[in-house]
Ligand binder design. Sequence first.
Ligand code: LMR
Length: 401
Amino acid sequence: FFQQIPQAAPDAIFHLTAQYQADTDPRKVNVGVGAYRDDNLKPYILPVVKKADSILFHNESLDHEYQPIAGQKTYTKASSKLILGEDSPAFQQNRVVAIQTISGTGANHTAAAFLAKFHKKGAICLLSKPTWANHKAIFNNVGIQVAEYPYWNPSTRGLDLEGMLAALEDAPEESIVLLHACAHNPTGVDPTREQWQRIADVVQKKKHFPFFDCAYQGFASGNLDQDAWAVRYFVERGFELFVCQSFAKNFGLYGERAGNLTVVTRTPEQAQHVLSQLEILQRSEISNPPAYGSRIVDLVLNDKQLYAEWNDNLGTMSGRIIEMRKRLFEKLQQLQTPGTWNHIVDQIGMFSFTGLSPAQVKVLKEQYHIYMTDNGRISMAGLSSKNVDYFAESIDKVVRS
Ligand code: LMR
C-alpha cells in the first residue's frame, strides 16, 4: 500500500539547516534554527553543564535502569519550581503536578493529547499569528483544530493587542489559548505586564484554558524570575493551566530532549487525577522518559552553587544576544538602510522578526548565502562579531534593490 503515500514537504526549519550545511560559500550565515552559538559561531556547551557531565560521569551509583513513568520527582519538582517560583501559592496548596517530557515539543504534545482526550469535545486551540510552526502540527496531530489570534502588527512591528483581545473575546467559550510565556517565537515581541493583565481578563471571562509554552526562560531578560512573570501572574489569579518547559535552549541541551509539563489545578485531588492520566498517556507513547539530560538539569537546579553558575551562563548567552541586537541596529543605522529598525533592539529573546518579505528572504539566501525562515525571522544567535557587518550590509543591499 506504500504506493499511495505522497511525498511530504521537508520541515521548514530543519531543511534550512541542511541547506546551510551544504552551502560551501565562506560568507554563509545561518540565522535559521533557534540554537545558541558562541561568538565563533560554535555550539556552546554551558560550563555548568560540563561540570554536571563530569559529576555524573564519576557517580558510581548511577545506572541505566528505567526512570519512573513521570520522570524523577526531584527533576519534575525543581522544574516546576523554576517556572512557578518557590513560594507559589499553588505549591503551598499541593495543586501542582508534573511529568518529564521529550523536551518542549513533547510537553506540547503530551498536553495536547491530554486535552484531546479530556477537554470539551470540539474545542479549538487559539494560536498567535504567527507562532512557532510546530504548534499547529502538534495540535492537528491529536485531532484538535486550531485558529489564530492576531499578534504581530506589521505596521508598528509590535504587538497587536486590540486584535488579540478581540479574537479571544470572539472565540467560543472554553477554547484552549496557547500563550508564549516569554521571548515569543518568532516575533521576539512580548506583552507588557499591563497587557498580560488584559489578556488574563479575557481568558477568564471566556473560560478559556491557558496553555503556556515556555522554551526560553532565562533567555529573554537573562533573569529567570522575570521571564516567568506571566505564568506566575496567571497562577496567582487562580487559573488552572498547563506550562510546557524546554531545557533545550536555556541549558543548551538540544539533543538530550529534557522537558517538563507542569500542571496547576484547583485542588490537590484534581492534581493527582490529572497526573494519573498523564502517566497513562506517557506509558503508551514513550513508556518512560530519557535519563541523561534530565539528570544534568536535576543536578543543577537542586544545587545552590551550580544553580548560581547556571545563572551566570544564562547571562553570557542572553548578554551576547543583546549585544548582537545592538551591533546589528547600529550598523543598519550607519548604513542608513531605508526603514525603521528599532524593533531589532526592542524585541527580546532568541529571535528577531525583521519585517523582510519572503521575496527578500529568498534573495538573501540565493545571492548572499544567508539562511532565515521565510517569515523573515532571524535567530540572533547566528550573528557574531565576525558576520554581523556582512549580514547588515546584505540586508541593506536587498532592502534598497
Ligand atoms: C526554532 O524555532 O528554530 C527552534 O525552536 C527549533 C525548532 O525545533 O523548531
